[in-house]
Design a protein around this ligand. Structure first.
Ligand code: AMP
Ligand code: TRP
Length: 330
């Protein structure tokens, strides 16, 4: 029996290099070894953007196109929408009954977002429970492995606590999932902060080559290196983080590392080298993406087939949950 993998992404629009190096690179690899479930979590997107949901359909489509472009394969993996499998909502309800408020109030991502996001009102009932819905997503498929970026670690920790609590009350139904990070679990954006659509610092997988170069060209570097003649420190440079994620030419990386430290090369040269490695990765992805874009009906078919495969598994879990809690079976 293959191990089960589950992961999700919010439909926030086009995906970026953080998604690619922070999570998707593992997702793609895992398709050969494991039984993979990859979910576009539209309910999660609604939690933070409930006041205007007109973006939902388009954003889901963009995410699916990016997934297919990078090589997620609907024949090997189960690709689907969270809202197409109602059991996610049902398990979320069950888990919300047993999750202590304190666990959620203490969650670092919750505290951070309530503090930092001012342009929308996130003081809703559901937003506090965001990690409970996420725990339910994973538990519904009894996933053992969850490949995500570093920013999701606290949510996975909470998932394991919810699993233990459920099992404590109702018997050993679930197992604790393991977090799987890539070698580069936190990709910085053009301003040096974590790459994120909401910071406006993202380089998207499907951006035009010219746009990518313009974003790279103006990306911040080691701020202590003001002039071309100043030696720099790659360890303090976000462009170097991108080299580590996307440039596998170790000889060239050693050359750039030394060149930076000795002011032997300038930032533009370093960025040009990165750009050519990046484009070598992105060009085939973008051309595959364009091919899928031409056929709208195929996209809907992928989601339909995915939801059917997902539901086969989720309904077994829900029946077990109903039995474990002690409701009368359906
Ligand atoms: P989200 O867009 O927040 O739904 O993220 C989807 C997945 O991509 C999660 O596993 C995140 O941890 C990961 N991710 C998003 N942004 C980054 C980033 N800048 N660096 C690494 N991983 C990321
Ligand atoms: N919370 C995740 C994010 O913001 C998305 C997500 C929802 C997820 N459910 C999940 C990730 C289950 C992994 C497993 O990126």
């Amino acid at each position: 029996m293959k191990k089960r993998v589950f992961s999700g992404m919010r439909p926030t629009g086009r995906l970026h290099l953080g998604h690619l190096a922070g999570a998707l690179s593992n997702w793609i690899r895992f398709q050969d070894e494991y039984d993979c479930f990859y979910c576009i979590v539209d309910w999660h997107a609604m939690m933070s953007d409930y006041s205007d949901t007109r973006f939902m359909k388009d954003n889901c489509r963009e995410v699916l196109l990016d997934w297919l472009g990078v090589g997620l394969d609907p024949d090997r993996s189960t690709l689907f929408l969270q809202s197409h499998v109602p059991h996610h909502a049902e398990l979320h309800l069950a888990l919300s009954m047993i999750t202590p408020l304190g666990w959620l109030e203490r969650c670092p991502t919750y505290k951070d977002q309530i503090l930092n996001i001012q342009n929308k009102d996130l003081s809703t009932y559901a937003f506090l429970g965001y990690p409970v819905l996420m725990a339910g997503d994973i538990m519904l498929y009894k996933a053992e492995l969850v490949p995500v970026g570093e920013d999701q670690s606290a949510h996975l920790e909470l998932t394991r606590e919810v699993v233990r609590r459920f099992n404590h009350f109702f018997g050993e139904v679930f197992q604790e999932p393991q977090t799987i990070l890539t070698k580069t679990p936190k990709i910085p954006g053009t301003d040096g902060r974590k790459m994120s659509k909401s910071y406006g610092n993202a380089i998207n997988i499907a951006d035009d080559p010219e746009e990518i170069w313009e974003k790279l060209r103006t990306m911040v570097t080691d701020t202590a290196r003001e002039r071309r003649s100043d030696p720099g420190n790659p360890d303090k440079c976000p462009v170097w983080d991108l080299h580590k994620a996307f440039n596998q030419d170790m000889e060239q990386r050693a050359f750039i590392d030394k060149g930076c430290r000795t002011a032997g090369i300038g930032c533009i040269e370093c960025k040009q080298a990165l750009y050519s490695h990046l484009m070598a990765i992105l060009e085939p992805i973008q051309s595959r993406r364009r091919a899928f874009e031409a056929n709208e009906e195929d996209l809907l078919e992928v989601l339909k087939k995915g939801a059917m495969k997902a539901e086969k598994v989720s309904e077994v879990t829900i029946e077990e949950v109903i039995k474990a809690i002690g409701f009368i079976s359906r």
